[in-house]
Design a protein around this ligand. Structure first.
Ligand SMILES: [Zn+2]
Length: 164
C-alpha cells in the first residue's frame, strides 16, 4: 500500500486540525500533493488528476472540502529539532508496524507510539512535540492533550535555555 492510500492516515490527518490549518492551499498547492475529498472519501493526487474521481468533476477541489496529506518530508520540516533530543524508529520484526520512540536528554524514554506507517509516525511526532497531543483511537479517533508531554517540553526548554 502506498502511504497516501492509507485510510488510517487520512483520518489522522483530517483530525489534526493544527496541521490542516498550517497548509496554505492557494499559495502552496503543488502538483505532487495528495488530498482526500472529505465528502466522497476518495483520494485526489494532483499528479494524476485535478478532479474528484467520485463525481468526475472539480467542484470538490476547494480547500474546505479537502484534507491535506502531508509527506514525510513536509512533516519533518514542521519539527523543531531542538525539542527532539533523541528518537528512534523500530520496525516490528515480521510485522507491518513501527515503534516511534522519543528520549529526553537524561536518557529517559518519554514517548512511545506504535504506528502502521512511517507517515503516521512522523505525524504523531509532530502532534506530540508541537501540539502536545497523542492519538486516541476511541470514538472514531482523535488527538487528545497529553499533560505529561507538556512537562517534558517545559523541561527541555529549561535545559536548553541553561545551555545558552
Ligand atoms: Zn469529492
Amino acid at each position: 500500500m502506498k502511504w497516501y492510500e492509507d485510510k488510517m492516515y487520512w483520518v489522522m490527518c483530517e483530525k489534526a486540525e493544527e496541521i490542516q490549518k498550517k497548509f496554505d492551499f492557494l499559495s502552496n498547492m503543488d502538483y505532487r500533493d495528495s488530498y482526500v475529498c472529505k465528502k466522497h472519501k476518495c483520494l485526489i493526487r494532483l499528479s494524476d488528476h485535478y478532479y474528484c474521481p467520485e463525481i468526475n468533476g472539480n467542484v470538490c477541489i476547494y480547500p474546505k472540502n479537502l484534507t491535506w496529506l502531508p509527506t514525510q518530508e513536509e512533516l519533518q520540516e514542521m519539527i523543531d529539532w531542538k525539542q527532539l533530543y533523541s528518537f528512534e524508529i523500530i520496525p516490528e520484526i515480521g510485522g507491518n508496524k513501527f515503534l516511534g520512540r522519543i528520549w529526553d536528554s537524561e536518557g529517559e524514554r518519554v514517548y512511545d507510539v506504535w504506528c502502521n506507517s512511517i507517515n503516521q509516525l512522523w505525524l504523531a511526532f509532530v502532534m506530540y512535540l508541537n501540539y502536545h497531543k497523542v492519538w486516541s483511537s476511541q470514538s472514531g479517533g482523535r488527538w487528545i492533550k497529553e499533560e505529561k508531554c507538556q512537562n517534558y517540553l517545559t523541561e527541555v526548554k529549561k535545559k536548553s535555555s541553561k545551555k545558552l
